[in-house]
Design a protein around this ligand. Structure first.
Ligand code: SAM
Length: 480
């Protein structure tokens, strides 16, 4: 994978220390601190901003990878671990196999809220929208939470950012997520089909000051105002996509009250909402604040570095009033996806664990396996939205045999016995991921599934002593 793409990859050892200068905070920002901090807490907040940025990972619960050595569990996420130092993730093959995702510990709290929202929604096959999804931190987390039972629509309106989102969803491999690139208003026009809507809004990024110099450079009071207006417009445009009784999770990675509590108050003033109480993990350091409008008090959650491990985050969860109706896209009409032949259906299902739970269809000569519970959402997405990636691209059949797509290697639902096995050590695996290796000895004959430890990385095809590396060119590691 090109190292220019964010979230491209990682190795948990050796470690690499990133040195950086202490940030100089904009005076208008330091002047604003008393709007959300007590005078006594301001010095420790500034000291924390001058400290080292944090690093953490969230494991893929379906790929069985181990927590790294020295990792400390994140209190609000079972799969989350804070690392003592930042490794060179690009040099860890397990990262390329979707064994874990590099994510801020605070950001994992959105998954904590989503877990409770899923329980509260009561939907049998929940349908979740992640409206501002790239590069995919929250989406991969939501995908883990939905497992085989629900469907995620992960949307990123900015075309230049949707590709990395699709890469990360494919790498995560759970085949329950559709990636789209549509304006929030296109979702509003679909009607209330989502049980849960996550809006992780584009924001002024104050919570990233310690980590990203660009966040500091781009910050200004004017930009805060622009972010406030944009965040509210996104919510207003997409509000109708949320079912009555559905749950909105709104989050930012900034500290100011305008983009946070005041925006929650604006939501409660303009839409009919109900508060939801969330039990918090003990001793987590999470700061609870309130946003109230029209007699409804919404509890909001702040992650600030002087109190919680990780960078800054703000999050709130609230219910859209009315009905308590479970939506899940139920009762929507089926449409145009082309079913394929019985022979292809049987063949594709034979490559999947519990293959009967997938509908098989073809599109532009490719065969796809879509979980039956997600099919109506995929059909609705295909008719209303710009679909960029849909689960699960299996490949093509040539003379009755499957030529597998890369995404098949990365799904934990693959029936692995269907392929020969090539096991690579670290240096061979890196050669494979760089597409530079020429030694055929570790490779099995024919099409094989290529593993690093127990994590499949992709496919290779060996005929005689010649190996055709089937790892996608556009994903290869470059310059490392
Ligand atoms: N949820 C992501 C994650 O966890 O990896 C991070 C999302 S980031 C905070 C906000 C996203 O909103 C960006 O990817 C940005 O491109 C997108 N965005 C920017 N303008 C937008 C708009 N007008 N409507 C919807 N999304 C927008």
């Amino acid at each position: 994978m090109s190292t220019k793409r964010p979230q491209s990859s990682a190795r948990l050892n050796p470690t690499q220390h990133i040195s950086r200068d202490k940030p100089t905070l904009p005076p208008a920002f330091t002047d604003s601190l008393r709007e959300f901090l007590s005078p006594e807490e301001i010095p420790s907040f500034i000291e924390a901003l001058n400290g080292e940025p944090s690093c953490s990972v969230r494991l893929n619960p379906y790929k069985g990878w181990r927590p790294p050595l020295g990792a400390v569990p994140v209190a609000w996420c079972n799969e989350g671990f804070s690392l003592p130092e930042r490794p060179v993730f690009t040099l860890d093959p397990a990262f390329h196999g979707g064994a874990y995702y590099v994510q801020e510990a605070g950001s994992m709290f959105v998954g904590y809220l989503a877990r409770q929202a899923l329980a509260a929604s009561g939907a049998e096959h929940p349908c979740v929208l992640d409206l501002c999804a790239a590069p995919g931190g929250k989406s991969t987390h939501l995908s883990s939470l939905l497992g085989t039972e629900g469907t995620l629509v992960a949307n990123e309106v900015i075309r230049g950012r949707v590709c990395v989102l699709a890469d990360n969803i494919r790498k995560w491999g759970l085949a329950n997520a559709i990636v789209t690139s549509s304006d929030p208003s296109a979702f509003g026009a679909m009607g209330g089909i989502f049980d849960i809507m996550v809006v992780d809004a584009p924001c002024s990024g104050e919570g990233m000051f310690r980590k990203e110099s660009a966040a500091l450079e781009q910050w200004s009071p004017d930009n805060v105002r622009i972010c406030v207006e944009r965040g509210r417009r996104i919510i207003a445009d997409a509000w109708d996509a949320l079912a009555e009784g559905g749950i909105l999770i709104y989050s930012t990675c900034t500290y100011n009250r305008h983009e946070n509590e005041e925006t929650v108050e604006w939501i409660a003033e303009n839409f009919d909402t109900e508060a939801i109480d969330v039990p918090l993990p003990e001793h987590s350091g999470i700061t609870v604040t309130e946003a109230s409008a029209g007699g409804v008090v919404h509890r909001c959650y702040r992650f600030m570095p002087q109190r919680t491990a990780g960078e800054g985050l703000f999050a709130v969860m609230l219910r859209k009033a009315g009905g308590g109706v479970v939506a899940s896209g139920a009762g929507r009409k089926r449409s145009s996806v082309t079913p394929c032949t019985k022979a292809d259906t049987a063949l594709m299902r034979s490559y999947l664990k519990d293959g009967e739970r997938f509908d098989i269809f073809s599109f532009k000569d490719n065969l796809y396996a879509c979980p039956s519970v997600s099919r109506h959402i995929l059909e609705m997405a295909a008719s209303h939205l710009q679909v960029v990636y849909s689960p699960l691209l299996m490949g093509q059949t040539i003379r009755g045999e499957l030529k597998p797509a890369h995404s098949l290697a990365l799904t934990p639902w693959l029936e692995r016995d269907r392929f020969n096995v090539s096991r690579l050590d670290l240096s061979q695996a890196l050669d494979y991921l760089r597409r530079t290796g020429t030694d055929p000895s570790p490779y099995a004959d024919g099409i094989s599934l290529v593993y690093y430890e127990d994590i499949p990385l992709g496919f290779a095809k060996k005929i005689d002593r010649r190996v055709n590396n089937l790892y996608p060119k556009e994903l290869r590691i470059v310059n490392l």
